[in-house]
Design a protein around this ligand. Structure first.
Ligand code: KG4
Ligand code: ZN
Length: 347
């Protein structure tokens, strides 16, 4: 089955269901995206101000078959054309992950197609391969999503060294919580970015969190508290709250910390390529700040299109390809691992 791997086109059907998007995609040789179907549950969870795990699982079950069928039909393929199935098996919501994992195992078993389990963060990082065909490790990657903030040295395909991570809230979580506090609703990131354009990023001097002992680690809960304290102070003193100024100043504080950490690591590790990934990486203000900082150092800057930053299966297909050609295979005992660590295979 593994002969001709070098010359043969490897067509991967990828499945992602770790949070609130049911997604399937077909990716050829890890870089050539043939289809990318995403069924978002955002509108549903907005009613509750955040993702409700039980509802997410139920929706995944309802949608997954049609999303996969659509991905195959958009790619003008059938399961007969597929060489491997890649599926996110962690980290994420266990009930949500299980839907994708069970589906992938069922197809793999029924059609005798090899199965590869993918780490969700590895997927986010690999989203950069799809539109940047020349990007190869080693490079530095900042993964900023709703659940994770990781500064990672990508030493090689599938080889990661975590330089820093959040001690408390993830960057996207901070966006979501601050958005809720200023009445913007869920999901916070895109809403904060939108209103920030009408605000002054220098209006309020929110803190830039420093961690003494873990030099590349992040902390966003202090910033979140500072925003909440500021809002309470305004309410108590009957001072009107300028939503756009709060949004712009908060976003500036997050941006400064992300840029500072990333550039310090680029300098220390002498990296000449830097990529961002994850839902927060679709933020235009953060991208521009990263681009400028990279340009000053002569470092090449990479980022996926917004649709490949937030959760999708294309990124899982890209990551699955490199696992597949390195010989990694999952058995039918593949399980969802909600707290799976990056670089730690659970199978
Ligand atoms: O990667 P993702 O889709 O899911 C996780 O793996 O967590 O990231 C979702 C997160 C949410 O917290 C959302 O608010 C944030 O990404 N996000 C943004 C933007 N778009 C999405 N944050 C800041 N600016 C944006 N434009
Ligand atoms: Zn994600």
């Amino acid at each position: 089955m593994m002969n001709n791997t070098d010359t043969k086109q490897i067509r991967i059907l990828a499945i992602e269901s770790s949070c609130d998007e049911t997604a399937a995609a077909v990716v050829v040789n890890g870089r050539d995206l043939r289809s990318n179907v995403i069924s978002s549950q955002i509108a549903l969870h907005t009613l509750y101000g955040g993702v409700v795990p039980e509802i997410a699982s139920r929706k995944h079950i309802e949608k997954i078959n049609q999303v996969i069928e659509q991905a195959l039909s958009d790619a003008q393929m059938t399961l007969d054309d597929i060489d491997a199935i890649g599926v996110t098996y962690g980290p994420g919501l266990v009930g949500a992950l299980l839907v994708g994992v069970a589906e992938a195992k069922a197809i793999s078993f029924a059609r005798n197609i090899p199965l590869v389990g993918v780490h969700h963060i590895e997927g986010h990082i690999s989203a950069n391969y799809i539109e940047n065909k020349e990007l190869e490790p080693p490079f530095l990657c900042l993964v900023v999503s709703g659940g994770h903030t990781h500064l990672v040295k990508v030493a090689d395909y599938g080889k990661y060294e975590i330089l820093g991570r959040t001690r408390d809230d993830a960057a996207g979580e901070a966006f979501d919580k601050v958005a809720r506090a200023i009445g913007l609703g869920y999901p916070g990131g895109p809403k904060i970015e939108k209103v920030s354009h009408e605000g002054n990023p220098q209006a309020i001097d929110f803190p830039r969190a420093k961690i003494a002992d873990g030099v590349y680690d992040f902390s966003f809960s202090g910033l979140k508290s500072a925003v909440l304290n500021y809002l309470n102070g305004c309410r108590m003193k009957d001072i009107p709250i300028n939503q756009a100024d709060v949004a712009a100043s908060f976003q500036k504080s997050v941006t400064d910390v992300l840029v500072e950490h990333a550039m310090r690591a680029i300098d220390e590790y002498h990296m000449d390529k830097f990529a961002i990934a994850g839902g927060v990486a679709s933020n235009g203000v953060i991208r521009e700040a990263m681009r400028n900082a990279c340009e000053k150092r002569g470092v090449k800057f990479y980022h996926p299109s917004p649709i490949l930053c937030t959760d999708n299966a294309a990124m899982i297909g890209a990551a699955a390809y490199y696992d597949f050609i390195s010989g990694k295979r999952a058995g039918y005992d593949l399980n969802a691992i909600p707290n799976l660590k990056l670089g730690e295979s659970g199978y």
